[in-house]
Design a protein around this ligand. Structure first.
Ligand SMILES: Nc1ncnc2c1ncn2[C@@H]1O[C@H](COP(=O)(O)OP(=O)(O)OP(=O)(O)O)[C@@H](O)[C@H]1O
Ligand SMILES: [Mg+2]
Length: 259
């Protein structure tokens, strides 16, 4: 299963949610960084012995292999293990590296979508029409948008969802669409309000739930603070998304294209 996390505008917490989701995922999983504006994983992650990750091993090396025209079957050569044992695919340092990668993103997407025996959680960053990451979104079983509970953010989200649904309908294949609201623990209204707004707008996307606003746990995820967060609001809230995500993934339309 390929689960793509994305944002419409602002920095709603896509990377944080993706990292926690991969950490709590109940099956073997790879966390892939396809934020083409510049990935955070290579900067934030540490090897099990505390070293820094090699930024050239990841999306860059995978794309280089794809450029040689070999179908990329084995992702393992491009993965690095981080503290805690998670396998990650590091992203690009910045948009200047994307020029060479863009043409092979369809092949990269195929590789991410075809990982027998394990799932892939991919951070796609902020997405918009024309982005080189679109093939990854199209190959995903679920595209899960993170949004903060603000009216203007909902407006941007609605447009991105319409666009994604339009791409899917035009090709007769594509991901199921979901949304999570990153908000405070007592806020039970936002998910309902957003679901209503999307339904009234004729946008087909499931609001799967909330990701708890929990700045201490988010600081730990970002490496700014050291402490246990297994029982934090953030981790517990993300854990609750696992089952709805499985259900939503079953509603993918058609099979991903292969390159
Ligand atoms: N659930 C949360 N609770 C509290 N703070 C959070 C949460 N999620 C993210 N943050 C904080 O919000 C900021 C942005 O988070 P993050 O980097 O995950 O967002 P993003 O959507 O990936 O942004 P970008 O588009 O810049 O990659 C960070 O400072 C992060 O620690
Ligand atoms: Mg990010």
């Amino acid at each position: 299963m390929l689960i793509a996390l994305a944002g419409a505008k602002g920095a709603p917490g896509v990377t944080t949610t993706a990292r926690v989701l991969a950490a709590v995922w109940p099956r073997p999983v790879v966390l892939a960084d396809c934020d083409l504006a510049g990935g955070d994983l290579a900067l934030l992650g540490r090897t099990p012995d505390g070293g820094v990750l090699d930024p050239d091993t990841g999306l860059l090396s995978l794309a280089a292999e794809a450029r040689r025209g070999v179908p990329v079957a084995d992702l393992d050569d491009h993965l690095q293990q981080v503290e805690g044992g998670l396998d990650v695919l590091c992203g690009v340092a910045g948009p200047e590296q994307v020029t060479g990668i863009g043409p092979v993103m369809p092949a990269v997407a195929t590789a991410l979508a075809r990982q027998p025996g394990r799932d892939v959680v991919v951070d796609c960053g902020r997405v918009a029409p024309g982005s080189a990451v679109v093939p990854v979104l199209a190959a995903a079983d679920v595209v899960l948008f993170a949004v903060r509970p603000r009216l203007e953010a909902y407006g941007h989200l609605r447009e991105r969802l319409r666009w994604m649904a339009g791409v899917r309908d035009a090709h007769g294949r594509g991901p199921a669409l979901g949304v999570v609201v990153v908000t405070t623990a007592p806020d039970h209204r936002s998910t309902k309000d957003l679901a209503q707004l999307l339904a009234h707008s004729g946008v087909e996307a499931d609001v799967l739930g909330r990701v708890a606003e929990d700045s201490r746990a988010a600081d730990v995820v970002a490496g700014r603070l050291q402490r246990g967060i297994a029982h934090s609001l953030l981790v517990r809230s993300v854990r609750e998304l696992v089952e709805p995500l499985h259900h939503l993934a079953a509603r993918r339309v058609g099979e991903p294209a292969t390159y």
